[in-house]
Ligand binder design. Structure first.
Ligand code: COS
Length: 386
């Protein structure tokens, strides 16, 4: 099969492609305009069993991995990355449970996510802790059988819409990054509310909101891994989730390329379709080459992680960096190919350009990705010299 997909992966691609074309395409402009969450499409994902493609069969999923998730997110993002994000951000919120949850925690939460009954979200970022993830101020204090959470998380994707949140808070401030711990918090827990809903440049069908904790008591059993391991939980989660952002960026770029090629065949100037001009052809050729290169790196990273390899930080950061820079460049060029029409809301490429921008920023800015890649290179070189 194309790109070495398994039969199941081919099926996931076809299903996601069909949903994107039939269900998402007709309503993507509306959701972008009104800045609302697409509940009707999340139900379609659930009915099609797409919510659990990366979750083990033991917990109700399809038993695939990051590659299966990436294929699904890429296809959906070709049409609308904001809507695809409901699924991708759920994966981000789910990875801490997959990677660090006990069997009990997995049994309790994963089947709900796999079935699409519950969405998940990941709460790390705060107003003054973005790139400096170790600088979070939210606290969790042990009180008998409960932890008491206080603080505010900012810009949380799926905020307010998700039922299950994995949240990082400080259990020992004095220890810095080593004093953070990760918890599962359910929507509806007293003391857990939602704050400001953001009005964004792109991915407007996605909900981005504050999580507010005020003396929020959560059972001790909801601690993930051990006290003090929260920063590691967060870093390893991001290592696994970044290919999902890369797949989203790849989908946006591939979608914009398709639009640009189609348009260049229809649009006539100087008595010919504009695709017959070398200036346009060369642009399309560069765009297509960049998309294919991004795809190769995203799939390589996803497969490397799925192989169970331990050294995943560097390639995960590389695919996120490359695919998101590709998305920005290709969507900008797609707008250029469509010219004046490209700048208008009636055509989808201006939305794709707005949507692409966030992929260079979230789940670690591309400057942070370069730092992770650089550190990886230094570590590898040092290990090779030992
Ligand atoms: N896997 C396992 N452990 C990791 C790790 C990883 N990928 N990355 C770092 N660690 C460990 C380090 O080994 C170190 O452990 P020790 O204390 O035992 O030495 C600890 O975590 C702290 O690491 P470090 O000192 O490198 O942390 P920094 O505070 O300097 O931060 C970066 C490192 C910048 C890479 C990190 O803060 C980061 O990824 N920031 C971006 C966060 C982000 O993506 N935010 C987006 C919002 S979340 S959607």
């Amino acid at each position: 099969m194309e790109y070495g997909f398994t039969e199941t992966q081919g099926m996931i691609r076809d299903l996601a492609r069909q949903i994107a074309q039939e269900k998402i395409k007709p309503i993507r402009e509306h959701y972008d305009e009104v800045n609302e969450f697409p509940h009707e499409i999340v139900k379609v994902f659930a009915d099609a069993d797409l919510c659990g493609v990366y979750i083990s069969e033991d917990y109700g999923g399809m038993g695939g991995g990051i590659m299966d998730l990436s294929i699904c997110v890429e296809e959906l993002s070709k049409v609308c990355s904001g809507i695809a994000l409901a699924l991708a951000a759920t994966a981000l919120g789910t990875f801490p449970i997959i990677l660090f949850g006990t069997d009990e925690q997995k049994k309790k939460f994963l089947p709900r996510i796999a079935s699409g009954k519950s969405l998940a979200a990941f709460g790390l970022t705060e107003a003054n802790a973005g790139s400096d993830a170790g600088g979070i101020k939210t606290t969790a204090v042990l009180d008998g059988d409960h932890y008491v959470l206080n603080g505010t998380k900012q810009w949380i994707t799926n905020g307010g819409e998700a039922e299950i949140y994995t949240v990082v808070a400080m259990t020992n401030k004095a220890k810095g990054a080593r004093g953070a711990s990760a918890f599962i918090v359910e929507k509806g827990t007293p003391g857990f509310t939602f704050g400001k809903k953001e009005n964004k440049m792109g991915i407007r069908a996605s909900a981005t909101r504050e999580l507010v904790f005020q003396d929020c008591r959560i059972p001790k059993a909801n601690l993930l891994a051990k006290e003090g391991m929260g920063f590691i939980v967060a870093m390893k989660t991001l290592d696994s989730s970044r290919p999902g952002v890369a797949a989203q960026a790849l989908g946006i770029a591939a979608g914009a390329l398709d639009e640009a090629v189609d348009y260049s065949r229809q649009r006539r100037q100087f008595g010919k379709p504009i695709c017959s001009f070398q200036g346009v052809q060369f642009m399309l050729a560069d765009m297509a080459t960049q998309v294919e290169a991004a795809r190769a790196l995203v799939y390589a990273a996803a497969r490397h992680i799925d192989s169970g390899a331990k050294d995943i930080s560097k390639i995960s950061a590389m695919c996120k960096l490359f695919a998101s820079d590709t998305a920005m460049k290709v969507t900008t060029d797609a707008v250029q190919v469509l010219g004046g029409y490209g700048y208008m809301r009636e055509y989808p490429v201006e939305k794709m350009m707005r949507d692409a921008k966030i992929t260079q920023i979230y789940e670690g800015t591309n400057q942070i990705q370069r730092e992770v890649i650089g550190l990886g290179l230094i570590k590898e070189s040092a290990a090779a010299k030992k």
